[in-house]
Design a protein around this ligand. Sequence first.
Ligand code: ADP
Length: 357
Amino acid sequence: MSNQATPDRFISPKQQSEDKRLAGVLRPQRLLEFTGQEKLKTNLAILIEAAQGRQEPLDHILFHGPPGLGKTTLAHVVANEMNVNIRITAGPAIERAGDLAAILTNMRAGDILFIDEVHRLGRAVEEILYPAMEDFVLDIIVGKGPGAKNVRLKLPRFTVIGATTRLALLTAPLRARFGAAYRMDFYEQAAIEQIVLRGASIFDVPVATDGASEIARRARGTPRVALRLLRRVRDYAQVRAEGQIDVETAVAALNLLEIDNLGLDDLDRRVLRAIIEKFGGGPVGLDTIAASISEEPDTIMDVVEPYLLQLGFLERTARGRVATPHAYKHLGLTAVSAPNTPPIQPGLFSPSSPDEA
Ligand code: ADP
């Protein structure tokens, strides 16, 4: 793979066009079909049943966590369980306050407004959203100049479901308006295996249990990655292995994609290598790492870092990112202390907030 930015990396949990096309087919529709995230599902089921029991719309809900874990899917599931309409939008898509006003005035009682990347709403838009979420009113200004008047419109009781990969970037007043906030974590291997098997049956491709396990093992606990790897392994199997996915086929296909046995790809390795080889193992700031490998800091923060942190390959410290001995071992490198750089001692610095930039 090249040393340039790689927006289409196979392993990226960010949505690509093929994912979008297949989303409708692959998405579990009901809570019972949704694999994994057991605690979250229990909490959601209670929230839904309680709202239904009171015949009230749901409280506003916030899902946060790395991309590709099922935030959008869950929003659809909630809409299905509540038997209401869902309208999909995203923070950057609502450019002006008027755009949001137009959406809100078209909502019906109980409807769900799903706002992806809710941390990227503009200030003026947020100002409109606060009273809409809290009191179900829309404050608009009618007319111009000295004759302009403030008008307050009543809105039906609707539900906002927000999703974000960056909880820390959400403004405090917006965060406070979500009655329920749930963190989504990487999935267990068994759950990802189930998701691969379910995907295989939807694609109608024969997959052996060991083949599914191998794909799951390299999917970095992320359903979107698992389903994408499944599609690439399916291609390989079709061309080289008469369509059957067994462990040998899966290993061969995934190796060819340069996805290693822990699910790390070229970009993950470049990040780790940069920290180790260019910055003596760290601590080094995220922007410096990004610049040194010509990648976007956002991509590293959203896509690369959460999984490396989860593996214990990376630590976030007050002074920057530090590669741990596990990372050296995985890459087959030995630690060499750079001049003026203290040897790597994980835990030496107090870790900063996980959402800090
Ligand atoms: P996010 O909104 O968190 O980025 P999505 O909801 O778009 O993630 O999910 C990414 C993909 O993974 C979708 O194709 C979805 O169908 C699939 N997916 C997510 N969670 C699950 C799950 N628990 N079971 C099965 N498929 C899932």
